[in-house]
Design a protein around this ligand. Sequence first.
Ligand code: NAD
Length: 264
Amino acid sequence: GQGLMAGKRGLIMGVANNRSIAYGIAKACANQGAELALTYQGDAFKKRVEPLAQELGAHIVGHCDVTEPETLNAVFAEVEKLWGRLDFVVHAIAFSDKEELDGRYVDTTRANFQRTMEISVFSFTDVAKRAEALMPDGGSLLTLTYYGAEKVMPHYNVMGVAKAGLEASVRYLAVDLGGKNIRVNAISAGPIKTLAASGIGDFRYILRWNEYNAPLKRTVTPEEVGDAGMYFLSDLSRGVTGEVHHVDSGYHVVGMKAVDAPDI
Ligand code: NAD
């Protein structure tokens, strides 16, 4: 095969539809010759993911809900049966009750806090542990985060606290797995209109605010996150681990944001 990802086999978790960030990453990897396996969450997503898998020449390795460990067991057993090993994993999974992605963080409930942490933070560690067993010669793990981990963003609330935990997980996992040449990184993506983002209150406003204030004067696309993701999953980034890399049109470097943006 040809391409920067030729001979590499990767599991991609979190494709919901053709606007998913995970799909952007999958496309970039497939274009560079990677062989892919996709999961889907429940039958509702199955029929959306199937045609995308076909287009990417990817395998489907089953239903996965990260709150049901038996489904993770089944997916990793399927990958082992298929390939016997794994070179990379993309974790593009997060969830919180829509009700709590609005209003005040202080009002978060115990139940949704726990659920948000389990799905959006613990699942990456759970996946990393399973991937380790299939990566005897090393590998690359990638997750997706957001600037709301670093700074308080309106409505991001409990998800910001979760992303802070996820970013810390990236660093701890990088140290735990570095000796096995397994690298662990995150991309901090700027806001993109996806299914998950539609749960966030006033998301259109956030998009416009970013367009106005980012150095590149626009938001980013799943394809742009995909290309950066491919770098982390390829050998181009072989010297990089524990990193949180911003793909956000430069938004995070701007200290003084405009107050009176036209059209906002
Ligand atoms: P998306 O809706 O396309 O993807 C979210 C995925 O999470 C879906 O495929 C869904 O099935 C999966 N998921 C949710 N709960 C799950 C569970 N219990 N078990 C298994 N899978 C589950 O949206 P997206 O924006 O592409 O989100 C992907 C990642 O990117 C998320 O971690 C998100 O927080 C992150 N991110 C998104 C943005 C943005 O603006 N869209 C910005 C930065 C980071």
